[in-house]
Design a protein. Structure first.
Length: 280
C-alpha cells in the first residue's frame, strides 16, 4: 500500500465516523442555510498578478510534524493581512493533523475565500465543505475513477463551490478538463511516492486552456519559486510548509504576493496554448 492509498483509507474511515454523527441529510440542511460561497475563480485570477493561496496545516506525509498551530484563526488573519487571496485549511486528520473545526474557526476569522483541503472522495464531504462555510474544495483526480471525479466536481459546482481538481500528469489534466474543472492544481509532489519534481508544472501547464485557472502546488520555499511558477504560466500558487514554519508568516506572504506581481511577468503569463490548439 503506497502513501496515497494509506491516506485514502484513513479518510474513508474518518468521513464514515463524521457521517455517523451528522447524517448526510442533516449536513445538506446545514449547507443550504449558508450564504452563497465567495467566487473562488475570481479570487484566483488576478489581473496582472499571481494569486497566493496560503495554507494552514500542522504536518505533511513527507516532512512529518511542522508546527503546533494552536490558533488557526490568528494565523489565517496574518495570511489575509499579508495579501493572500485564499486561505487553504488542511482538514485531514491522520497525516496533516487537521480537523473540520480548524476550517470552522478560519471561516469565522477572515473575509477572503476559504479552501476545504482534504481528500474528497464522497458526496458527503462536498456538502460538509459548504456546511462549514468553505468557498473552494480540492478534488484529487487520482483519488477515484474519472466518472466519480466528474460527479464530485458537478456536485461542488451545483452548490456554488469552486472545485480545484488536482493532477500530477498530462493525462490527469485532460481528465480534469473532461470532468468540467474550471481550476486545475498541478502538484509537484507525487502523493504515491511522496517524491517532489519541481518541473511537473512546466510539463503539464501547456494543456491547461487559458480560461481555466492553473494553480501550482507544493515545493514553494520563497518568492523566487513564486516568480518561477508565474513565468511558467501559473495563475495562482499554493504555499504551505514555508508559511507555517515561518517566524513571520504575514511578511513572507507579502513577499510571495509581491513576487507574483512583478512587472516582468506581465507578458510571460499568457504563454499557455489553448486546448483546441493542442489537439490540432
Amino acid at each position: 500500500m503506497n502513501a496515497l492509498e494509506r491516506l485514502l483509507a484513513g479518510v474513508r474511515q474518518e468521513v464514515a465516523r463524521r457521517e455517523s454523527e451528522v447524517s448526510l441529510e442533516e449536513i445538506k440542511r446545514i449547507a443550504a442555510q449558508r450564504p452563497r460561497p465567495r467566487d473562488g475563480v475570481r479570487a484566483l485570477r488576478s489581473e496582472g498578478a499571481v494569486s497566493v493561496i496560503a495554507e494552514i496545516k500542522r504536518a505533511t506525509p513527507g516532512k512529518g510534524f511542522l508546527r503546533d498551530v494552536s490558533d488557526v484563526a490568528a494565523l489565517a488573519r496574518s495570511y489575509e493581512a499579508g495579501g493572500a487571496s485564499v486561505i487553504s485549511v488542511s482538514t485531514e486528520k491522520n497525516f496533516f493533523c487537521g480537523s473540520i473545526e480548524d476550517l470552522r474557526q478560519v471561516r469565522a476569522a477572515v473575509e477572503v475565500p476559504v479552501l476545504y483541503k482534504d481528500f474528497v472522495i464522497t458526496p458527503y464531504q462536498v456538502h460538509e465543505a459548504r456546511a462549514l462555510g468553505a468557498d473552494l474544495i480540492l478534488i484529487l483526480q487520482t483519488s477515484a475513477e474519472p466518472m466519480v471525479v466528474t460527479s464530485l466536481v458537478e456536485r461542488a459546482h451545483s452548490l456554488g463551490l469552486t472545485a480545484i481538481v488536482e493532477v500530477h500528469s498530462r493525462l490527469e489534466a485532460f481528465r480534469a478538463l473532461e470532468a468540467g474543472a474550471r481550476v486545475i492544481g498541478v502538484n509537484a509532489q507525487d502523493l504515491r511516492t511522496l517524491d517532489f519534481n519541481m518541473d511537473t508544472f512546466a510539463q503539464i501547464v501547456d494543456v491547461i486552456p487559458e480560461q481555466v485557472v492553473a494553480v501550482a502546488e507544493s515545493g514553494v520555499a520563497g518568492p523566487h519559486d513564486v516568480f518561477n511558477y508565474a513565468q511558467q504560466g501559473a495563475d495562482a500558487v499554493l504555499i504551505g510548509s514555508a508559511l507555517v514554519q515561518s517566524s513571520n508568516p504575514q511578511s513572507l506572504v507579502a513577499e510571495m504576493v509581491a513576487a507574483g506581481a512583478h512587472p516582468a511577468l506581465a507578458t510571460s503569463r499568457k504563454s499557455r496554448i489553448s486546448r483546441e490548439k493542442h489537439h490540432d
